[in-house]
Unconditional design. Structure first.
Length: 254
């Protein structure tokens, strides 16, 4: 029964998020700007202090061999999506492949190499496909969130999701945020027992007469991200990112 309900929702969500190629392009380029400053070089990044590469418009995570982390590895899923949609992918990039660079230093040393250029060519030429991948993740998010949320929160989460999905700004806010900070359903994505994903933002949204769903979402996201930084291990120094994160979610209202 749960599977049938989830499938029924996905079919209805697909209709709600039936976007034109132009709309996908706009979404893709805006996410690209948020994550990579809209640059070709930004499509292949490895941030200081991280143990993984961040690739594509959504900075999809790719772990090297033998490395595991608390965050969901999303680049192999994107590669599967490319394959399913007829995108020609370099032969050395497979869904089951590990990132070929083991460290940030190796990654940076290869920045002008053949493989890196092939990777950038692939990512720069598939903006709409990557945007569709993000939309698909958004379509699948609600069943996952409702399955993992406390029973008392499920009605509120579903109602807030549907309010946002009914507006252009709300759709983009959820598409961008779920890529930015995840669904919030993974137990490993917690500090002091508290998550920071879409689930937590929807559950914390308040009510304000006259405020748009996107404005309420942005306000809740700021609070959730501020709490994440407060709960983060001190050696991660996540306070350095907070102002940028706040600016990103505030832009959902614009």
């Amino acid at each position: 029964m749960r599977l049938l309900c989830a499938l029924a929702f996905v079919l209805s969500a697909s209709a709600a998020f039936a976007l034109t190629p132009r709309e996908l392009d706009v979404i893709g380029r805006r996410v690209w700007q948020n994550e990579c400053n809209g640059t070709r070089e930004g499509l292949t990044s490895w941030n200081t202090g991280e143990n993984f590469a961040s690739l594509g418009i959504g900075h999809f995570i790719w772990y090297p061999k033998g490395v595991e982390g608390p965050f969901e590895e999303s680049f192999p899923l994107l590669v599967k999506f490319f394959n399913a949609n007829g995108v020609k992918v370099p032969v050395w990039i497979k869904p089951e492949s590990d990132c070929p660079w083991s460290t940030r230093a190796e990654f940076q040393a290869a920045s002008k190499g053949e493989k890196m250029n092939e990777l950038r060519d692939l990512l720069a030429s598939t903006i709409q496909v990557q945007a569709r991948f993000l939309v698909q993740r958004m379509e699948m998010a609600l069943p996952k969130m409702l399955s993992s949320a406390p029973a008392a929160q499920r009605v509120k989460i579903k109602a807030n999701y549907e309010r946002l999905a009914a507006t252009t700004r709300g759709q983009f806010a959820m598409i961008d945020y779920v890529n930015f900070k995840g669904e919030g359903t993974k137990e490993t994505e917690r500090y002091a027992g508290e998550g920071w994903g879409l689930l937590q933002v929807l559950a914390s949204m308040g009510e304000s007469e006259g405020a748009s769903p996107a404005a309420l979402f942005a306000r809740s996201a700021e609070e959730v991200l501020t709490r994440r930084v407060h709960n983060a291990p001190p050696d991660r120094h996540e306070e350095r990112w907070l102002n940028g994160w706040k600016n990103r979610v505030r832009a959902y209202v614009q």
